[in-house]
Write a protein of this length. Structure first.
Length: 159
């Protein structure tokens, strides 16, 4: 028997409010590009929680990537780094991009991508990113797109 995890929604930690995404755009809340400031040089770990309510896959070539980016720039004018990518869409496309065979299309529901806000370079030095955002990488024959919201959730587990 599996456990279901509940995620609390904090409007201050929302990367993308519920919207239909049909093109490459930056995550927005209340129609404004959303950048979350995690403060200082602290290491942050958590889950990017993606709640999908609709996903168009009628042409069998649609792919929707939710990309988590980090930066030391409050405006993302420079130093933009990919911290994670969550891919959904038609099984015909996912099977090409994934290891192994994908035998079912992406689904509505809650998807979770664990992440942290730092990268380690080839010299072993760690760089933490104070500012985080999501961007969308949408490919294929898109008519309506994907409707979803995404939030940050702490991955601290209680007893």
């Amino acid at each position: 028997m599996g456990m279901t995890r509940t995620y609390l929604k904090d409007a201050n930690l929302e990367f993308q409010d519920t919207a239909t995404i049909a093109a490459d755009v930056v995550g927005k809340v209340a129609a404004v590009a959303k950048i979350i400031d995690f403060g200082g040089a602290h290491n942050v770990s958590g889950d990017l929680v993606i709640r999908v309510t609709a996903m168009e896959i009628a042409s069998s070539d649609e792919q929707y990537d939710v990309v988590l980016q980090g930066s030391s720039s409050a405006t993302f004018a420079s130093d933009i780094n990919t911290l994670g990518r969550y891919t959904m869409g038609a099984k015909e496309v996912l099977g090409v991009a994934s290891i192994g065979v994908v035998d079912k299309d992406g689904a509505t529901g809650t998807h979770v991508m664990p992440f942290h806000n730092h990268l380690v370079n080839e010299d072993g030095d760690q760089q933490s990113f104070r500012y985080l955002r999501v961007v969308h990488d949408v490919t294929g024959t898109i008519a309506t797109g994907i409707t979803y919201e995404s939030i940050y959730a702490s991955n601290i587990k209680g007893n």
